[in-house]
Design a protein around this ligand. Structure first.
Ligand SMILES: *Cc1c(COP(=O)(O)O)cnc(C)c1O
Length: 396
């Protein structure tokens, strides 16, 4: 059996594009990660909003075991398997009438959505995408082009051409950017994640919906980070009472296994033909069975009510920290997706929090991002708040 314990010398053979701290994690239990020395870390990254049910979740573990019983991990999309069909039907039931495409990551789902939008608008000159300041949609050539991070984009240009920029909350800027002759899609995160945890006002989502309908442009909501229960609603767009033409999902969907999905509204799906797009692994029976278990769990009204209760508890704790005037100046976000604005580099606070055995990530230069598992306990939230206080003292 290959060892799961790891070796520090093997580290240098992993491509050096990430900069992880030195701890080597060997176990996970709920909201906790345990390193090779037995030290327990409170994990408020949840694998960047992936581990919605925490580490070692029985729902995920049981679903993996059930799926393995069939002996089917992968068949390819040359053939039908039941889990993908069942999952697609459930996703449509929870969103809007249409069809679902499965893939293996967020960026892949975003790229697919751009292709689908072009197909629906009829191709030709209509290939452009309107994206927003503060956005993040992935690191591939199309999604990166629509990501407002010049430092990520510029070394790899030329990317997908035809991206125009608009400002969240400013419908006139969208009106100016959307061109009936050349725009295929408008893409937006209903709560911007990497860009600093910025909820988009519901009014603006409604204005966008109306504009896209009027100009016959595809409206894409990227709920890769904010979807599937994170905001306390199953999907963040629900609060606005509108639906997109294309909904892009990934992060928590596969319970930690790689999975992305695009839900296409019926009219967009109707424009697609066999052979228009494809992926070898997408929607395989193992991952689809696990995703169905995750979806059913997070979609349960009692589970979502629990997320809202915990979110209120977290808001209260963060408000307390801000009131204390110890280096945090504000907080924002929805549900269990929160950004705490700090008066120093966020990376310093993230590093200090790790010294306090609390795992966090940042969202921009001065925002620390809190993404606990959706089943985090109130005691763990209080514990995290204390560790944040100590991290602020430590990094002062
Ligand atoms: C993480 C993320 C992506 C990219 O997903 P990957 O699986 O890393 O490709 C796209 N959009 C949003 C909003 C994200 O948070």
């Amino acid at each position: 059996m290959p060892s799961l314990k790891g070796s520090t010398t093997a580290r240098s053979t992993l491509l050096g594009i990430y900069a992880p701290p030195r701890e080597l994690f060997v176990r996970g239990e709920g909201s906790w990660l345990i390193d090779s020395e037995g030290t327990r870390f409170l994990d408020f990254t949840a694998g960047i909003a992936v581990n919605a049910l925490g580490h070692g979740a029985p729902v995920v573990r049981d679903a993996i075991h059930e799926a393995l019983e069939t002996g089917l991990i992968h068949t390819s999309n040359l053939f039908r398997t039941a889990p993908a069909e069942a999952l697609a039907a459930e996703l449509v039931g929870f969103t809007f009438p249409g069809q679902v495409f499965f893939c293996n990551s967020g960026a892949e789902a975003g790229e697919a959505a751009f292709k689908f939008a072009r197909r629906w608008t009829g191709g030709g000159e209509r290939t452009g995408v309107v994206a927003f300041r503060g956005s993040f949609h992935g690191r591939l050539f199309g999604t990166l082009a629509a990501t407002d991070r010049p430092a990520y984009r510029e070394p790899f240009e030329p990317l997908m051409p035809g991206v125009r920029w608009a400002e969240v909350g400013d419908i006139e800027s969208v009106r100016a950017a959307v061109d009936r002759g050349t725009t295929a899609a408008v893409v937006l995160e209903p709560v911007q994640g990497e860009g600093g945890i910025r909820p988009v006002p519901a009014d603006f989502l409604r204005e966008l919906r109306a504009l896209c309908t009027e100009r016959e442009v595809a409206l894409i909501f990227d709920e890769i980070q904010c979807g599937l229960g994170r905001t306390g609603d199953l999907f963040a767009f629900e609060a606005a009472g509108v639906t997109p033409d294309l909904l892009v999902l990934a992060k928590p969907l596969g319970g930690g296994l790689p999975m992305g999905a695009v839900v296409l509204a019926r009219h967009v799906a109707a424009a697609m033909r066999p052979g228009d797009h494809g992926t070898t692994f997408g929607g395989g029976p193992l991952v689809a069975h696990v995703a169905r278990a995750v979806l059913r769990t997070v979609a349960a009204p009692s589970f979502l009510a629990g997320v809202r209760e915990k979110a209120e508890h977290l808001d209260h704790a963060l408000d307390g920290i801000v009131q204390e005037g110890i280096g945090a100046t504000a907080f924002r976000g929805r549900g269990l997706m929160k950004g705490l604005v700090v008066d120093r580099p966020a990376s310093d606070v993230v590093a200090a929090a790790r010294e306090e055995r609390l795992l966090l990530c940042s969202a921009g230069a001065d925002v620390i991002r809190l993404l606990p598992p959706l089943n985090v306990s109130e005691a763990e939230i209080d514990d995290a708040a204390d560790r944040i206080r100590r991290a602020l003292e430590r990094s002062a």
